[in-house]
Design a protein around this ligand. Sequence first.
Ligand code: XIL
Length: 440
Amino acid sequence: MMTRTLTPRRRGRTLGVVSLATLTALVLSAGIAATSAQAAGSTLQAAAAESGRYFGTAIAANKLSDTAYTTIANREFNMVTAENEMKLDATEPNQNQFNFTNGDRIVSWARSNGKQVRGHTLAWHSQQPGWMQNMSGSALRSAMLNHVTQVATHYRGQIHSWDVVNEAFADGSSGARRDSNLQRTGNDWIEAAFRAARAADPNAKLCYNDYNTDNWSHAKTQAVYNMVRDFKSRGVPIDCVGFQAHFNSGNPVPSNYHTTLGNFAALGVDVQITELDIAGSGTSQAEQYRGIVQACLAVSRCTGISVWGVRDSDSWRSGDTPLLFDGNGNKKLAYNYTLDALNAGGTGNPQPGDGCTVTVTRAEEWSDRFNVSLAVSGSSTWRVAIQLQGAQSLQNSWNATVSGTSGTLTATPNGNGNSFGITVYKNGSTTLPTATCSTT
Ligand code: XIL
């Protein structure tokens, strides 16, 4: 089941709005209390769409002729950000002479493939054209506002969300604005940019986008939070906050990420993870990707995740191998963990009224097969239906009685408790099987 809604929705459990009497009647009449039972999404965009979210990537116009690149991008992602082509130096190389050629190529590719577009970015201290770098004061303020108006007007109606202002706060403990020619035009430059963007494209969501704003206890995070709170209280038009999420050992994924996302969302804005990449490899990298997905899924107003490129070789930090596909376009372990986390659709914790809940976890993997660990909670008398994916088949099982070898397997207790496992031959599919639990 795939449901697209304007705001993210959890799959399955809507028990909060079902009365106890109704629930009891349903359980009694069905004889079971089933948990969520949807098919797993086999691509990032399909898995994210199950909860009404998008999954996006940065796209570079000069790679649109690379079919290996566009095949992956088209299959996996439903949101596109121009990596450089809508920036100030690209769109206004000479003052008042606009060039939308490459930005338009990306929008056209996205739209012809049914994807939405994040606009990036209207006002930024970096990647300014030379003429703008040399300006200051009221002339720069006017030129900046004209740029915002012209670019947002050109793309009016075609942009899901605009990064109106990018990276306007300083790193470190000051909590101050970043010094820049734009900042020196006056502290109100950010809200002026947002007002100009709203006037030019009233239907685009308007975002403030930054990095190093992931850890809730960091001064920069607090400073951005205070600005957004101030904007909301004064009616400055802001709809969303983008978290770039460029992570590495010096800037690791914080353990309080869901707190940060949740606190921003509570101000009445959407939050989006806009430029995700995580330096590393193997299980460590994969677990960090999973943590990011889980943090987003835990916050209903976290409406989507975009990674900053398709393959490691496409990354602005290619030496960090920070993306979900290797240079040959193969899915990395980080991809599998990301897809699994999207398909798990939340915390997997049992909810009131569930007869039993089963969690499914990927374990050891070999070239031809992999292990799957399953853990039941909520009941000791259960039956678990395991949906193998594609042509997968069962090789082995332990700590439960498992019947069937392909398609849907059935597992019941064999006296070894509530945790059991299976080994699955891939036969072409590494997608994690899904499972549902019912009480017997
Ligand atoms: C990067 C691009 O990926 C590079 O190709 C370019 O040379 C520099 O900019 N934060 C942002 C993005 O908001 O625009 C940056 O993109 C990465 C950091």
